[in-house]
Design a protein around this ligand. Sequence first.
Ligand code: ADP
Ligand code: MG
Length: 626
Amino acid sequence: MNFLALLFRNRLAAMGAVVLSLILALVLITPLLPLVDPDVIDTGNRFKRPFTEGALLGTDHLGRDLLSRLLWGTRLSLAVGFAAAVIAAVIGSAVGIVAGYFGGRVDNVIMRVIDMLMAFPYILLALAIVAALGPGLINALIAVAAVNIPFFARNIRGIAVGLAGREFIDAARLAGMGHMRIMLTELLPNVLPVIIIAMSTTVGWMILETAGLSFLGLGSQPPQADLGSMLGEARAALITAPHTSIVPGVMIFLIVMSINLLGDGVRDALDPRLKSGALSRPMARTKVDRKGPIPAGSDALMDIRELETQFHVKKRVYKAVGGVTLSVRPGECLGVIGESGSGKSVTALSVMGLVASPPGVVTGGAVRLNGEDLLDMPFEKLRQARGDKVAYIFQDPLSTLHPLYKVGDQLVEAIRSHHNVSNREARKKALSLLKDVRIPNAESRLDNYPHEMSGGMRQRVSIAMSLANDPEVIIADEPTTALDVTVQAQILALLDDLRRSRGLAIIFITHDFGVVAQLCDRVAVMYAGRIVEEGPTQEVLDAPAHPYTKRLIACVPELGQGRRELAAIPGLPPVVDNLPEGCAFAPRCDKARDECRMGDVALRGGAPRAGAPRAVRCLFPEEEIA
Ligand code: ADP
Ligand code: MG
């Protein structure tokens, strides 16, 4: 259903599908139609024009009814074309899967045979096969299928080689599955979409090839009609009776055109990358559609005010971020903490317009850097600021670093995309960056590929890259989640150092209170897309005001504190396309009363005690913060 909806979004593909279905319907009911016999010769009525009495499309050089010949011929051409495509796909894919799965000598032998077949121009090869087998429609079918097998074998083998080395195949082997079973149940489902795409884009081509062979008299034999032989027979009367050529010609055009349009549509609709955001690539920046008034800013370095980011997927609205206010000053580290799905990453990505649009839309609020609103800044200026003024560190360094470039070159690229410096200077800077993030043997590491480094080392490279242009703000989205604790401690110490020595402002996103305690001056707790508590780290840790914060802290085990029961929070965070009324945490809160489930709960601020103010979004907080 989803697939069809996606397919028909593409107008041309929909048109192709309609035309092709009409033709298919027509040839399927051909035997039931009151048509004259296509092979009956009536030389008295030769070359009758179309739309004459008794012959809707006219007659050919032997007086045979063209409409009847066209429908029966189309039926035959389509059947042969599809049959050839299915045979080529089945045999070719089987060969490709076997070669890719076994690899080594099997692969070598099979692929050299395929290469030999591919070395011939395919139409010559088809002619040679028909010449050897003798003319006839079945032989033409075999020839067309045979010349297309290498195409499928090559395509599928390439994908199967990649898949055969993956962990899930190893797991299947360890589970004791035989080769046949692994190929059928593990490999085949993974390559099936590719086979279907390859088929849908080559069927048209095979119908043409079959028609070509018939045109040359090597396919269907007289008096049997197919589209190719009809064209071949009409050739002699091309000038005097053009309709005899036009009728089969138009049909071939319609079939091949509609199959190709539909094939393109199928390919796009099957591409999983295009599934989430309809059939469009994300825009260069997040769409901004602010309805309400734009809130005033403060004098902070980075100031996020009442930011609202939503995902509009068909009729559904996912309120991922529902009015978040945060700010950082130079040299300050702000922790943002919350369970996964609470909207931390979307908040962070909204800052520089990096949320994919569609489906993402910023529907309200403002994000200011040095007083300038990033949300309505001209794109070129925003692009300049990305990575230069505000840099990101993401969770998984293996997916942020390019796998095929050396890390030194990637650092140089990051520097040179913002600063007009020579390659040598940039390389010197890259080296000093690697030293700054304490990578041992930095000189030789510059020439490493990402896969030659350990996880902690790669994350250091990511940090070095984010520092490359001396940004004012670094947004780190769970940068240590994938690392082990000793490396995590080193990376945290490094970030702490850097912000003190360079006056960096850091927004540090995590789900770990231990990390916040180590690094952050202030902390904001997020739940279901909103800030529920904010304050200086130590105060929040000592006396959490929101029941959610209190329970989140109670989930953290402490070393050397003896045995203590860890209190998991029952239930799950709410789904953001259907938030409960009132406090979003109420369904999971043991303190919730009826008032909590009605109306909006405001974020109440308290007087600043030691420096920064505190705030809590709760009607019955654990601690009075006033
Ligand atoms: P986290 O706090 O773990 O970083 P995210 O910010 O990634 O959470 O996600 C916040 C919410 O936004 C989640 O509920 C998620 O399901 C939703 N969300 C994220 N991306 C999309 C998307 N492309 N379409 C719909 N919902 C999304
Ligand atoms: Mg996240």
